[in-house]
Design a protein around this ligand. Structure first.
Ligand code: PEP
Length: 250
């Protein structure tokens, strides 16, 4: 089954609203392909202005995180319905920076993922091992427990709205990239796990992105791996030229 490639740019805690809109416009106007999905993930403040400025473009917008309640006395949180109303179509869940600095657990990832689905957003569940876990031979076990936790209770039909991102923690923002073989192996393991948890059809149709220091020079090799269905890009998504270079390489 063919899966549409996605190139997503996670802007993390970067860019003012004005800078984010300018970058989004530069990316949209430089885009010369319509055979893949391009997703921009700005900070919350810039999300609606970016979505409005892209309203006539195929470029999609997503959120970096969401809370699991729709509304209430939860100071500082952002909900799925708020993101949806602001123009988001996708939302990251369980990015390693959320797990590392903000105490995300498998349980809270699962709550967030379900809240995204309930709001009509497409969650991108991020999973990946640390350097120490890889060196200890625990990569596959870590991926399995993050997948099992984040997708707990999900039904096969709901997986049509879920994307998985394999992001080895040691490769995020470090300039270290997984080799093509390491990425292919981890993606194949994730797909096999999805096949046994749901079924083969679900596994074959689930999009699995790779993230971790992707740049225009290494993108083609990684994206050529049959199990790699796109890229989640951090640093290199902050310049139109490098992000468009990755899109061209895909
Ligand atoms: C990310 O933030 O998901 C990421 C992969 O960052 P970078 O490309 O900078 O490693």
């Amino acid at each position: 089954m063919s899966r549409k490639l996605m190139i997503a740019g996670n802007w993390k805690l970067h860019l003012t609203v004005e800078e984010a809109v300018a970058l989004a416009n530069a990316i949209a106007s430089g885009l010369s392909r319509d055979d893949l999905d391009v997703l921009l993930i700005p900070g919350f403040l810039a999300l609606e202005p970016v979505a409005l400025s892209l309203s006539t473009s195929p470029v999609l917008v997503g959120g970096q995180n969401l809370f699991w309640e729709d509304q209430g006395a939860y100071t500082g949180e952002v909900s799925g319905p708020q993101l949806k109303a602001a123009g988001a179509r996708y939302v990251l869940v369980g990015h390693s920076e959320r797990r590392q600095y903000f105490g995300e657990s498998e349980r809270t990832c699962c709550l967030r993922l379900n809240a995204a689905l309930k709001a009509g957003l497409r969650p991108i569940l991020c999973v990946g091992e640390t350097q120490a876990e890889r060196e200890a031979g625990r990569t596959e076990g870590v991926l399995e427990s993050q997948l099992a936790g984040g997708l707990a209770g999900l039904e096969a039909a709901q997986m049509a709205s879920v994307t998985v991102a394999y992001e080895p923690v040691w490769a995020i923002g470090t300039g270290l990239t997984a080799t093509e073989e390491q990425a292919a192996e981890a993606h194949a393991h994730i797909r096999a796990w999805i096949g046994s948890r749901f079924d083969k059809g679900v596994a074959n149709s689930t999009r699995i992105l790779y993230g971790g220091s992707v740049n225009p020079a290494n993108a083609a090799g990684l994206l050529n791996q049959p199990e790699v269905d796109g890229a989640l890009v951090g640093g290199a998504s902050l310049k139109a030229e490098s992000f468009l270079g990755i899109i061209q390489a895909a």
